[in-house]
Ligand binder design. Structure first.
Ligand code: SF4
Length: 399
């Protein structure tokens, strides 16, 4: 039996990939341990240059406290040489996400299947339904490291959701790189049908989508979201830029007008959040101002701001004309807009009731994924009806 630790960097898909390795090692009879252990798995990210260097640092740190370190995930697939020069106990696993748990488990060695069903001590389960991406945005390295879009069979997804609920999870987040591409052609499923059936899982309290491209926000999906009672009133829809010229240069497949038109019917009901890249080479001050206007017009609240960073192998790998100072300054302006929009939404909850799923002591999320501060004595995992008393910097304070 080996002791192990698993860490991840980056997005929810990286999180799920790390959990899959973890579950496989637990199922093989190995034991998870914080701090030093026999084996460490570091599931890495490569979405920016900074993400790769953080991944490398984490692997180097793990190599000091573990006998063997497996470097997995996007970073390992993009540039194995980014991890060159690390101690000899670091193994870089440049494999597709589907093959990685098997490879790591095979290398560590099984001691027999002593734990068939692994309980994850979490309120929220991320269930991967799709991986890879067949869009080819000019800045994005994901299709290169994760390959083309592919989906899991609906039966496997629905079975996993039922298992997660039986293990005690109250909320499930359907996760993928480009979720709207979900298809199980043989069984006749697309994302709207999957949402309806996943949402009807007995015992499930809440269902969310990790993120959805605007191209996939159509009538069928909106109807499925509205008509499935467990679906949370939250959608994360990447905008990336609010300027048509920049969107074109990015190779995105929509205009700002399309983005706004498709989200307009959801604005009143859903909490809309997004990703925006600042400092893309085609972004001048006018284009950035258009992005700020679009963020406001779309009614976005939380915006995750990413300073542009050229990635090897992409169309814009050699382009980086906006200065680091300018990126920083634009990022700060956009974050300020997002901060004000979050506070404005939270203020609308004062004096109103919401159902909060408590996921940590004293904290949880409302039906539209707004953060709430609740009484510390409420047990984690409980869904409670609370009334908003005030909007604070960290979320809505319950009365
Ligand atoms: S949609 Fe574009 S940005 Fe998103 S993963 Fe695919 S290529 Fe990358």
């Amino acid at each position: 039996m080996a002791s192990f630790s698993v860490q991840f960097l980056g997005c929810k898909v990286s999180h799920v990939d790390a959990l899959e390795v973890r579950e496989r090692l637990l199922a093989d009879g190995h034991v998870e341990r914080d701090g030093s252990a026999d084996v460490a798995v570091v599931n890495t990210c490569c979405v920016t240059h900074e993400a790769v260097s953080k991944s490398r640092k984490q692997a180097a740190r793990a190599a000091r406290t573990h006998d063997r370190v497996y470097v997995t995930g996007c970073g390992a697939n993009l540039a194995a040489d980014a991890f060159a020069g690390l101690p000899k106990n670091v193994v870089v696993v440049a494999r597709r996400s589907e093959e990685t748990p098997e490879f790591v488990a095979g290398d560590v060695g099984a001691i027999g299947c002593v734990q068939a069903d692994v309980r994850l001590d979490r309120v929220r389960a991320f269930v991967k339904v799709q991986d890879g991406c067949s869009f080819s945005c000019n800045f994005c390295v994901i299709p290169l490291v994760r390959g083309a879009s592919r989906s899991r069979a609906a039966e496997a997804v629905l079975g996993e959701i039922a298992r997660r609920v039986a293990q005690g999870h109250r909320e499930v987040v359907l996760t993928g790189i480009n979720l709207g591409c979900y298809r199980d052609r043989a069984a006749g499923y697309d994302l709207p049908r999957l949402v309806r059936e996943a949402g009807a899982t007995p015992g499930l309290e809440r269902l969310r989508l990790s993120s959805i491209e605007i191209n996939h926000v159509n009538d069928a999906l909106i109807a499925a979201l509205r008509e499935t009672p467990t679906v949370s009133r939250h959608l994360h829809v990447p905008l990336q830029s609010g300027d048509d010229g920049v969107l074109r240069a990015m190779g995105r497949r929509y205009t700002v007008a399309t983005y706004l038109r498709r989200l307009a019917p959801l604005q009143a009901e859903f909490n809309l959040t997004s990703d925006v890249i600042v400092g893309f080479p085609a972004e001048d001050e006018r284009a950035f101002a258009a992005t700020i206007d679009s963020v406001r017009a779309a009614g976005l609240t939380k915006v995750h701001v990413f300073p542009y960073s050229p990635r090897p192998g992409t169309v814009t790998a050699e382009e980086d004309s906006v200065s680091p100072q300018e990126k920083k300054e634009r990022g700060a302006r956009l974050r300020a807009v997002s901060h004000d929009a979050c506070l404005a939404r939270w203020r609308t909850k004062i004096g109103r009731d919401d159902l909060v799923l408590v996921d940590r002591p004293g904290r949880g999320y409302g039906d539209d994924y707004s953060p709430w501060l609740v009484d510390e004595s409420i047990p984690v995992g409980r869904l409670v009806r609370v009334r908003g008393r005030a909007a604070t910097e960290e979320g809505v304070l319950a009365a």
